[in-house]
Design a protein around this ligand. Sequence first.
Ligand code: MOS
Length: 709
Amino acid sequence: MTTTTTATTAAPTAVGTAHTRVEGRDKVTGAARYAGEVPLAGLTHGWLAVSTIARGRIRALNTAAVLAMPGVVAVLHHGNAQTLNSDYTSLMGKPDPALQVFQHDRVPYLGWPVALVIAETSEQAREAAESLVVEYDEEPHDVAFGADRPDAFIPEPADASEKKKGDLANEFAASAFVVDSEYTTPEEYHHPLEPHAATAYWENGRLEIIDSNQSSMLVAQELAKLFSLDPTAVRVRAEHVGGAFGAKICRPHQVAAALAATFLQRPVRLVLTRRQMFSLIGYRSATAQRVRLGADADGRLRALQHEGWNQTSTIHDFVERSADVARAMYEADAHHTVSRLVRLDVPTPTFVRAPGEAPGSFALECALDELAEKCGVDPIALRARNEPEVGPISGLPFSSRRLLTCFEEGARRFGWADRDPRPGVRREGRWLLGTGTAAASFPTLAGPSTAAVTAEADGTFTVRITAADVGTGARTALTLVAADALEVAPERVTVRIGDSDFGQAWIAGGSAGTRSWAWAVSLAGRELREKLALGGTIPPQGITVRSDSKAALEALPKRERHAFGAQFAEVAVDVATGEVRVRRMLGVFAAGRIINPLTARGQFVGGMIWGLSMALHEEGVRDAASGGQVGADLAGYHVAANADVPLVEADWIDDPDEQDPTGIKGIGEVGIVGAAAAVANAVWHATGTRHRHLPIRPDRVLTAGTASA
Ligand code: MOS
């Protein structure tokens, strides 16, 4: 069937209009398949055996007994696995040696993969993997993190880890008020509801991976390099993804599955257990932070110093850049921010929603609240007083900065004007009540992407892009973006994502997914519309336009680009039990163009709830004796549950950015930033006690006491 090409009638109004998820029906009916459940003929199942020591060497693997067990096909380990390439640069820079699966006998942390048992069924594989006896030469391990470690160092590149401006000593000496506080945040785990899973098989000379990830392109490139394959010989697909948060990039399990499929020349599926995820997918490092602020009597900052420490493994440096948030947020005559690392016998930490900004804003925004108290200045007025004209460190103009508008709108809606600033004076039965606020920001990033848009002969349109919808609603957002670029109704557009064969595209990370992909999709969509406007008929194979956003991205002027927000929280603190309950939260954001208000609200609210969870519940506890996590499951690792979450309201203000053709700033991460600080500041306002160590557990509240109890 052919149609004329000029049937473009709808005005571009899809973007900005609430739209339910285009794959929503598939998800609620179970038609949507996830990586661990896609049916495949001849499938075998892998189960990882991971180390039970935190440091040492594998002396022996007693595989014979396991190979004799029912259904067992093979046991893969450092003695029989093929050699992988380790000499390459990945999209993320130096590759993580954790991807060198089964390449040597060294064990750098507890939960390191030592073998993969492959069997006909998943149950047989598990039974065998759990029976595998591994003998180790164990060495003493060290997992004790703290800011007092003498071996802490400033990681490379040093000029990124440390930024200095002005004379700190002089400015502190000249300050009327000084805050000098230390804060800590524990290890935090970003476990998606859907565990990591990968199915690997060879077909027509290509390595195929059915995966759950936040970038099929990234995983494909990494596997191609590891296995020394031509990039076109690897195809990775991730159609539906049940959460990612930074955890779902290339991880040891995809490599192990690919090793096994190559070894056996049979399809192999590997699903991680929740417990294995505590050592194999990364996590947010514990942080120690020291913030020193020096201010004039009216609260204007003369000196700002933010020092951050985090742990990493002995095999790879990962920096949780907590101190960086101050570089864009507040002006000061003297400004010093630095990150330091401590190498321990622990898994390498990784990107976790708002890496750097989430723990960094907790310390910085609490310190500002402490300064507001000291100066006797309202916390919002204090922030207004220290609003920079240009990037405090970069000197670059802001593309747009509407932080104060967020505070004004938030204060109005939250009822901030009526707030009595005195702490510990509001009581309702056994509850002490308080409110707190904090600022939020997250950089606006983008990466080059390609998109193909096809006008089909039946009058519909198909978009192909290696995007990932990790639960954010990205597929739906891109449908709306494409509809507007084509000037057709969204119902006529099908967006296909999660297939590395669709070409280079940025990852669903750094809040940059939708911004990066929308750029390429609108370029291709607009070009196709212009082409169709010339008239003619559409051939059976359709008409396809492919666009690359690289040149447009490079043409963008250098600016400080960030999303901003103002967070508000009200808490009640039980003086008898020390329990903190959040009563309401409000976040008002300036985050550029909002594509789909429905899913955007979900993103903001989700981030804020995580901030609540970070403030009150989440704490990965590392056991000094074993070197592993004490509560390595979702019973031991507490996250906020429904009953912990009150009314959470998120909204946004208009935040146009004329220089940016997408107008999108990214909304995935800014929602968590500042949320924990707003809660902690509210706890101070309720009780008169500062809580500088997360989470604010009942025992900590009781031990600290309250100003008025
Ligand atoms: Mo996000 S932590 O950049 O996936």
